[in-house]
Design a protein around this ligand. Structure first.
Ligand SMILES: Nc1nc2c(ncn2[C@@H]2O[C@H](COP(=O)(O)OP(=O)(O)O)[C@@H](O)[C@H]2O)c(=O)[nH]1
Ligand SMILES: [Mg+2]
Length: 409
C-alpha cells in the first residue's frame, strides 16, 4: 500500500492568516490535466512540496508524472493540508471552538503554526494596530494549548491503565501506542519519547504528575512537530518582530511569510497575467497591457516588500521545510525498468514517494505492494545500476527498481 498522504494542520489564533495561507497553498496556479488530488473537504485541501525533478538530473527531456506534477523541471508532491479552527486561550478546556480544533488536529502529522508577525491582532484575535501585540507570546500560548490538550488526553484514566500494564503480560510500548493511536501516534514516536524523557524503565504507575506531563509534552513535540510561519511579513512592523522571534527561538524553524502575497501571485499566474511558480523568488509579467494600474501596483508592492526583502513569499518554504527538515523526509522514485526509468506502461518516473529518512529498500517494497515486500529478492539502484540488498537505506532522490519473486505484471 503506498504511504498514506501525510496531513499538515494549520494552527494559530484567529485572524493571523490561516485561511489565507490555506487558500494560497492549495491553489494550483497552472492548468494541469489529471490533477491527482483536489479538494477533499471545505477545510482540507491538497498542497504541494516542491523539489527538483530527478528527470533533470538524469538528463531526460521530460517525465510522465502520475502521483504528482512536474512543471518546468520541478516536481510538485501532494500533501493534505487542513485549515484548523482558530485557537484561543483555554481551548484545551473546550473554550471557543476548542473541541472542534482538537478533533481536527488528531490526524495531523506536522503542524504549521501561523502567527501574526506584524503584531496586528491581540491574544483573542481581535485586530489591533500593527506593532501592538507581541508575537512571542503567541508562540508560547498556542503551544501551551496544544501541549495541555495532549496531556489531558493521555492522563485520562491513567492510573487504571498504568496498573493494568504494570501487572504484566502486556508490552509497555505496544500498550501506549495502542492507547494513543487516535492521535495518529506510531510506535516510533512512543519509543523516542520514552528515550528522550528517560522514562523507559520506570513502571507506569510510579510516574509522577510531572513525569506524565513531560511525557505528554515531549510526545506532542515528536509526533506533531511545529514549524512557525511568521505571517504578514509584508508589513513593516514584522521585520523587528521576526528578528526577535529568531533570537528567542534560535533552535526553531521560523519562516517569514506573506500568505496574502502568495495568494495574489497564484491568482495572477492562474489568470495568465504573470509567470510564477510557488516558491519562485520573482515573477514575470506576461502582458503589461492586460493589467490595470492597481494590479500593477499590487504586484510591484509584493516584489519590493516581500520577494526582494525575504527571498520568496515563504508559503512554499514552510511546506518544504516542514517535510524535508522537521519530519526529515526524502523522496524516492520507484520504477520497473531501471534502464528507461519507467513503469510497465512506459511512463517515465511516474511516481515519487515521500518517505522517512532511514527507510530501507525492503520497506519501500512493502509500501509499493505487500507482495513486493514479502517476496523481495533485491533492488537495483537505477542511477548506478548497482544491486542493493533489503537493508539498503534509501538516499534522497534514489530511483529504485524492486526485484521480487512475486513481481506484479
Ligand atoms: N498584511 C497581511 N495581511 C494578511 C496576510 N494574510 C492574511 N492577512 C489578513 O489577515 C486577516 C485574517 O486572515 P484569515 O486568513 O481570515 O485569518 P484566520 O482567521 O487565521 O483564518 C484578513 O484580513 C487577511 O486579509 C498577509 O500575509 N499579510
Ligand atoms: Mg480562518
Amino acid at each position: 500500500m503506498p504511504p498514506p498522504q501525510p496531513l499538515v494542520g494549520i494552527i494559530g489564533k484567529t485572524n493571523v492568516g490561516k485561511s489565507t495561507f490555506f487558500a494560497a497553498a492549495t491553489l494550483v496556479p497552472v492548468e494541469v490535466s489529471n490533477r491527482p488530488f483536489t479538494t477533499i473537504k471545505p477545510n482540507i485541501g491538497v498542497g504541494y512540496l516542491r523539489k527538483k525533478c530527478v528527470h533533470v538530473e538524469l538528463g531526460l527531456p521530460k517525465c510522465d508524472p502520475k502521483n504528482s506534477l512536474c512543471i518546468d523541471g520541478w516536481r510538485f508532491i501532494p500533501v493534505k493540508i487542513m485549515d484548523v479552527a482558530g485557537l484561543i486561550p483555554g481551548a484545551h478546556r473546550g473554550r471557543g471552538l476548542g473541541n472542534k480544533f482538537m478533533d481536527d488536529l488528531r490526524q495531523a502529522d506536522v503542524l504549521i503554526h501561523v502567527i501574526d508577525a506584524a503584531g496586528a491582532t491581540d491574544e483573542e484575535g481581535r485586530p489591533v494596530p500593527p506593532g501592538t501585540y507581541d508575537p512571542i507570546e503567541e508562540v508560547e500560548r498556542i503551544e501551551f494549548e496544544v501541549n495541555e490538550w495532549f496531556y489531558r488526553i493521555i492522563s485520562r484514566d491513567w492510573q487504571k491503565f498504568a496498573r493494568h500494564v504494570d501487572s504484566g503480560g502486556v508490552d509497555v510500548i505496544d500498550a501506549l501506542t495502542e492507547r494513543l493511536s487516535g492521535l495518529s501516534i506510531k510506535k516510533h514516536h512512543v519509543v523516542e519519547t520514552l528515550r528522550r524523557t528517560g522514562l523507559e524503565s520506570k513502571k507506569l504507575s510510579t510516574w509522577s504528575e510531572e513525569e506524565l506531563k513531560k511525557f505528554a509534552y515531549t510526545l506532542r513535540e515528536i509526533s506533531k512537530p511545529m514549524i512557525i510561519a511568521a505571517n504578514k511579513a509584508d508589513l513593516p512592523q514584522a521585520e523587528e518582530n521576526i528578528r526577535r522571534l529568531r533570537e528567542r527561538y534560535h533552535n526553531r524553524i521560523i519562516v517569514p511569510v506573506s500568505a496574502e502575497a502568495e495568494l495574489a501571485l497564484r491568482r495572477a499566474a492562474k489568470a495568465g497575467f504573470i509567470k510564477y511558480l510557488p516558491g519562485d523568488r520573482d515573477f514575470e509579467i506576461i502582458d503589461e497591457s492586460r493589467l490595470t494600474p492597481r494590479q500593477r501596483k499590487g504586484l510591484e508592492y509584493i516584489r519590493e516588500h516581500v520577494l526582494k526583502k525575504w527571498g520568496s513569499t515563504g508559503v512554499q518554504e514552510v511546506l518544504n521545510r516542514a517535510f524535508f527538515e522537521l519530519l526529515d523526509m526524502i523522496t524516492v522514485y520507484p520504477v520497473e525498468d531501471q534502464n528507461k526509468f519507467t513503469d510497465h506502461h512506459g511512463n517515465i518516473l511516474p511516481d515519487v514517494y515521500l518517505v522517512k529518512r532511514g527507510t530501507t529498500a525492503r520497506e519501500l517494497a512493502y509500501m509499493i505492494h505487500t507482495d513486493l515486500g514479502k517476496s523481495f529478492l533485491y533492488a537495483i539502484n537505477a542511477k548506478t545500476k548497482q544491486r542493493v540488498g533489503e537493508d539498503y537505506v534509501l538516499k534522497d532522490d534514489d530511483v529504485i527498481k524492486i526485484v521480487a519473486a512475486l513481481a506484479r505484471r
